[in-house]
Write a protein that binds this ligand. Structure first.
Ligand SMILES: [Fe+2]
Length: 446
């Protein structure tokens, strides 16, 4: 049984209101932790404005709400399967859009035939297009600014992203930025994105789930910030997922995608509680991702494995995996964003494979039953240590590193990475992490 209290507090140096949750296994433990909470949040000068109980109970303390209320909303039409790329032109024209800005990465879509299929489909459907190439992993703000200008100058009425998560996240940022004076403002303000150009995607790497969600992550290289925007206008209108185009992916990209998808599930899973249906779905998705990746290591061209991995990666972050689990934790993602903001050569999935096991080791005592369940039901381990060891062993068996050194990251940069990942009100929700907590997690990742 866990008790929690939701605290709202005011930070005077930024004039912002924050909300966090203080938890304890007993009511007394929870109350005892409050002074520590206040002590670690030293910048709080006006402390509690008011507090409210996490559930609707009237007593001062209550057991935490178990299966959280949720809204499920996902308007993206997903077109999935072999040979579906050729449908993109008709999907765009039937919505009345006549000219798209096509966004792409470094050119792999020319080699695997996807570009030719898209180009032919657009022509056949009478959809005009202009092209912007060169989106890189950890997509950059300046490139997005360039593409927004191109969309405006060329009179585009929609965006078409052809590629993986970095390309799609850039497409979302362009679609939102089209209506803004300065697109980075919404990354700073966290204002929900309510207006954007219509956005279509053709996915070529399953990993981020960006093809069917309302999140985009962008790197401001000048300020070394890798931050996210969200909002209902960011859902793609139509996304095409043809898993057969992924059979030629380099192995490390397949692994990075699998680890990213597993991480999206874990960000929600460790909230725990009584959302049994979602927890069970997430366990099945995780086991499927691990099994399909194992099989692809032996046979990378196996279509059915590619298809199952692709669908699991979409489901891992399209809203389904979070139902009843509040808003997830996301500390590991933010810590990884700190790592790759300082080291842009680090792929997101590779960074998560290093950070997440260390986060589990650091936070396990907050709620041991959910971490034990994860170890047992996903990794077949007897305890949490066994689960962490099995996860690291699996990642190593796929050829990815499990340490910062293995990523090529200089551990002398830990302080800088932790400072970038830290948030004024603490990071995460399973356990509120201060900057020094983040430093310890990174130190445990050496
Ligand atoms: Fe991710």
């Amino acid at each position: 049984m866990f008790y929690s209290i939701r605290v709202r507090y005011f930070v005077t140096d930024t004039s912002e209101l924050y909300q966090t949750t203080v938890r304890g296994a007993t009511a007394l433990q929870m109350l005892m932790s409050l002074p520590t909470f206040f002590a670690t949040h030293g910048i709080i000068t006006t402390l509690v404005i008011w507090y409210e109980i996490f559930s609707s109970g009237n007593s001062a303390l209550t057991q935490e709400v178990t299966m959280q209320n949720f809204d499920f909303f996902n308007p993206t039409k997903l077109v999935f399967g072999k040979g579906t790329t050729e449908r993109i032109g008709n999907e765009i024209s039937r919505n009345g859009h006549r000219k798209v800005l096509m966004i792409a990465g470094g050119g792999s879509i020319r080699k695997n035939g996807v570009y030719d299929q898209v180009d032919r489909s657009l022509k056949n459907a009478g959809v005009d297009h202009v092209e912007s190439w060169g989106v890189r992993p950890n997509p950059e703000l300046e490139k997005v600014r360039e593409m927004i200008a191109m969309a405006k100058d060329s009179g585009c009425d929609a965006v078409l992203s052809v590629g993986g998560g970095s390309v799609i996240d850039s497409g979302k940022s362009v679609a939102a930025g089209y209506f803004l004076d300065n697109v980075w403002d919404v990354f700073e303000s966290h204002a929900p994105i309510m207006e954007a150009l219509p956005h279509y995607t053709v996915l070529t790497i399953s990993a981020t789930g960006s093809e069917m969600n309302m999140v985009a992550v962008l790197t401001n290289e000048a300020e070394k910030k890798k931050w996210a925007i969200m909002g209902p206008a960011l859902y793609p209108l139509v996304s095409i997922v043809d898993p057969s185009v992924q059979t030629t992916l380099p192995w490390h990209q397949t692994v990075n995608g699998a680890v990213d998808a597993l991480s999206h599930i874990m960000e929600y899973y460790f909230i725990g509680g009584e959302a049994e249906t979602t927890l069970a779905v997430n366990e099945s998705l995780s086991r499927s991702i691990i099994l399909m990746t194992d099989r692809l290591r032996d046979n990378p061209t196996d279509y059915d494995c590619r298809a199952n991995l692709a669908w699991a990666a979409t489901l891992a972050f399209n809203g389904v995996s979070g139902t009843g689990l509040a808003y997830g934790d996301w500390a590991s993602h933010n810590i990884e964003h700190g790592v790759s903001a300082v080291n842009p050569e680090v792929a997101h999935g590779a960074g998560l494979g290093v950070v997440f096991p260390s986060w589990i080791g650091y936070c396990r005592d907050v709620n041991p039953p959910i971490f034990e369940r994860w170890a047992k039901n996903i990794w077949g381990a007897e305890d949490i240590d066994g689960g962490i060891a099995a996860m690291r062993s699996k990642i190593l068996s796929w050829g990815n590193p499990v340490t910062l050194g293995g990523l090529g990251v200089d551990t002398a940069l830990i302080d800088e990475m932790a400072a970038l990942a830290a948030k004024p009100g603490g990071l995460g929700s399973v356990k509120k992490l201060s900057e020094s907590d983040i430093r310890e997690i990174l130190a445990a990742s050496q």
